[in-house]
Design a protein around this ligand. Structure first.
Ligand code: HEC
Length: 636
């Protein structure tokens, strides 16, 4: 089947041209970047707009006298960057959902008069005896998965660990992300250096064995994608993206920017899936925050279009771009007379999978936000690697038109709204023991599907592994060792109506229900074993047995993190527990930053070079905050 919904548009905003808009000038001024003449005007406009945003969204709480709420006076002591971080991925994240990019920046600028205090002590930096990228590549894991098939399987040689060693794992060092309440980035290990982003937008290069800092690069927004390493001659380039729509290329050795650009102009663009790189071309998946913008009944929902953009690693120039829905048109008005637009959505949250032999790129998509529904939402789609033309698609949930206003039956909720069954996990290209290729994808619906890449994605088998839901089912990633598929589910249970406006960290989650890890036979989808979710002990706010984080496999073992704060390893033979570490505590860190662990969600653990790296802290959806990166190794 050939679907022709692709169109090509001129290259969008490029950061190398200063002052494209007041907004950009403002954003870069705030991170200490370029200066320009439009800046003064932008600041004046932002001041007035910032006061209005404060009055509308903040004053009701921050003008109160309450021991829990910092006063307006206290907020002014913070830096604009710190306040922006709080709105983007900090304590005020759920309050900020309906607030647009320019409004966030305006209110941060209006309130914040203080200096940024995220600088690390000199003692955190590496000495000359620990040079960057000096180790052998034997213990590498670069990008979202150690290989382009996205199976998240680490070979015994590269893992440097056997299942029998896991019981002896102990904490070697901890690193704190200053001022953050979330630690959600996927790490990369390359020649002895660990590269990792953060909610505060700091990308750091750390010595893998000691945690000392080689360099820190400050991005324009929160970074949760892995650093994907592109190798060309002697040049090693890191490509990654942020939660505000920017894509970056850095020199891995120095952390210096080679180029950065926006791939979409929509203000709610959000880049969560890591980049895939093949033959000097980076494939950038784009999703958005627009579903949560729609909570505001005055928001004209919806206009974001999911896409994949192929960029040359060398200079960021565009090879092709494929949109997943047509250009939105006005489709009507809501009950409160706000205009509505569609089609929209089909965002890509996951890392594309490369099938070099067939010349295809596989992606998975999310729901539509507004009518009309399209055939490209909640689908596995194969694209030509060279052109981006869609070769085939397999939609697993048709008519899934949903946005976050549906949580409270708001005015922007589409009629006959769908179940919100996005794919958040990559499709895995698994080589079976008998040499066949099988494409396996897990969905928020709780279903796992196997498709035949040799036969235009024909369905081979499907198996249910969880109940599914808005935050249920398979969330961020499965793993496969070629024999089994390992699928953990979130299936978090919360009383209805507790999502949305409440400040985070105090939602009630069921401490008993949720989670579970299933092993399926890759040949036929039959269940091999099931390890149920483990009830929280003791129960506490934000604790749930849910296992939304991506899982990681090595020969004989599977790692799975839980919203209860534990990282666990299970035997891949029968699912019995091999190792369990509770990250929910305070840690003494190598960079001197006070840090604690919380819920495990988003990126999964990285296993390489005899070590295991885990990020802990994820207060979205009622989980527990944290700001720590933990490094484990075998006790000597
Ligand atoms: C529903 C009430 C409420 C609203 C509305 C609200 N806040 Fe808050 N805010 C809080 C509470 C409560 C805390 C303290 C949270 C804590 O420490 O657990 C807080 C803390 C903060 C902090 C400090 C965070 C930190 O990391 O220490 C900042 C900055 C902030 N708010 C900014 C804002 C801005 C800007 C707005 C408007 C866009 C806003 N808040 C709207 C209740 C609110």
């Amino acid at each position: 089947m050939r679907v022709n919904i692709q169109d090509r548009e001129p290259t969008l905003l490029n950061a190398s041209k200063p002052c494209l808009s007041a907004l950009l000038a403002f954003a870069s001024a705030m991170i200490g970047g370029l200066a320009c003449t439009a800046q003064a005007q932008a600041q004046a406009a932002a001041g007035a707009a910032g006061e209005a945003v404060y009055a509308k969204y903040c004053a009701s709480c921050h003008e109160q006298v309450s021991p829990r709420i910092p006063t307006r006076e206290a907020l002014t002591k913070m830096s604009p960057a710190r306040i922006l971080r709080t709105l983007d991925f900090g304590l005020m994240m759920s309050i900020a959902y309906p607030i647009r990019r320019n409004e966030r920046e305006a209110v941060a600028r209006f309130l914040g008069k203080g200096k940024d205090e995220t600088a690390l002590p000199a003692s955190a930096y590496c000495k000359a005896d620990r040079p960057i990228m000096a180790a052998a590549p034997l213990g590498n894991w670069t990008g979202w998965s150690p290989s382009q098939d996205n199976t998240r399987f680490q070979t015994a040689e590269r893992a440097g660990l056997a299942a029998a060693d896991l019981g002896k794992l102990e904490l070697k060092w901890a690193y704190g992300f200053p001022g953050d309440v979330t630690a959600f980035a996927a790490p990369t290990l390359f020649n002895g250096t660990l590269f990792v982003g953060s909610a505060g937008g700091a990308v750091q290069a750390l010595d893998a064995s000691t945690g000392c800092v080689h360099w820190i690069y400050q991005a324009n927004g929160p970074v949760r994608t892995a650093m994907t390493v592109a190798e060309e001659g002697v040049r090693r380039t890191l490509v990654f993206s942020d939660q505000n729509g920017w894509v970056y290329a850095l020199d891995a050795r120095t952390g210096k920017s080679l180029w950065k650009k926006k791939v979409e102009e929509h203000e709610a663009t959000r880049l969560t899936g890591s980049l895939a790189v093949h033959e000097g071309v980076a494939f950038v998946p784009a999703a958005s925050w627009e579903e949560t913008r729609a909570i505001d009944p005055a928001y004209q929902c919806c206009t974001f279009r999911g896409s994949i953009t192929a960029l040359r690693v060398r200079d960021g120039s565009r090879v092709w771009k494929t949109y997943l829905v047509d250009k939105p048109k006005k489709i009507g008005v809501t009950a409160v007379a706000t205009e509505t637009y569609g089609p929209s959505g089909a965002g890509v949250w996951s890392t594309p999978t490369i099938d070099a032999a067939r010349g295809l790129l596989y992606i998975t998509t999310g729901d539509n936000y507004s009518h009309p529904a399209t055939s490209t939402s909640d689908a596995v789609i194969a694209m030509n690697l060279k052109t981006g033309t869609i070769a085939w698609l397999q939609q697993t949930t048709p008519n899934d038109v949903y946005n976050s206003s549906c949580g409270s039956r708001g005015a922007n909720c589409p009629e006959d709204n769908g179940p919100d069954f996005d794919f958040g996990a990559s499709a895995m290209l698994v080589k079976t023991p008998d040499g066949r290729d099988v494409l396996v994808a897990g969905q928020k619906s709780g279903m796992v599907y196997a498709l035949d890449p040799a036969n235009n994605g024909k369905l081979l088998w499907q198996t249910r592994v969880g109940n599914g839901g808005v935050n249920g089912g398979v969330q961020w990633g499965m793993a496969s060792d070629g024999r089994n598929v390992y699928a953990s589910v979130s299936d978090v249970v919360r009383p209805t109506g507790t999502m949305g406006a409440a400040p985070i960290g105090n939602a009630q989650l069921d401490p008993q229900k949720g989670g579970g890890l299933t092993a399926l036979n890759v040949a036929d989808g039959a269940k091999v074993w099931f390890a149920p979710g483990i009830a929280c002990s003791p129960p506490r706010p934000g604790c749930s047995p849910a296992q939304p984080a991506a899982v990681t496999a090595l020969p004989g073992a599977v790692f799975s993190g839980s919203m209860d704060g534990h990282i666990r390893a299970f035997s891949s033979d029968d699912g019995r527990l091999l190792w369990d570490f509770d990250t929910l505590k305070n840690f003494t860190t190598v960079n001197g930053v006070p840090a604690s662990g919380g819920s495990l969600d988003g990126a999964g653990p990285l296993v390489a070079g005899g070590m295991v790296f885990v990020n802990s802290g994820y207060p979205r959806f009622g989980g527990m905050p944290g700001n720590v990166l933990l490094a484990f190794g075998v006790a000597k």
